[in-house]
Ligand binder design. Sequence first.
Ligand SMILES: [Zn+2]
Length: 198
Amino acid sequence: MASQEIEALAGALARLPGLGPRSARRAVLWLIKRRETALVQLLDALENVRVSLVECRTCGNVDTQDPCGICADPRRDSRQLCVVEDVADLWALDRARLFTGHYHVLGGRLSALDGVRPEDLSIGKLIERVAAGGIDEVVLAMNATLEGQTTAHYIADRLEAYPVRITQLAHGLPVGGELDYLDEGTLAQALRARRPVG
Ligand SMILES: [Zn+2]
């Protein structure tokens, strides 16, 4: 039987997305064999993340500064706002500077199944940003899933009262496609061919 310490670490790792109990235990054994190298590096990296990373109070991005590097960058076009579900989607779109405006991270997607309601996401804050003015276009870059599209429609309705152009990523995104998993070419194409919502 594995010791309590190993079980505790494997249990914690198994809660990570994409890592089940089996692979978690294998990761723990792998780390134990490399306790002076990989394990130390992992500890340092985890501690750095714990100490230095904060959530941007403007857009919800995760960075070492608040406002984040994107919100604080004067070269970016503040008249364009791209709304994404998660920080991973922001990073996917920003990887190759596919989008040079500002972002807004919702923190998830509406889901009747998981009980995620509009007030659970940062939709109110998004409306506030748009209401404050200075934004010409809101790009809804939700994932091409049923819940992502439901979220996009909900937001489009809420933004209807404001004088902004509301667009969404072009169809052509694979159905069920999560932005984070798409290659840059596909993302760039979906962004270039974005179309008005409605
Ligand atoms: Zn930010």
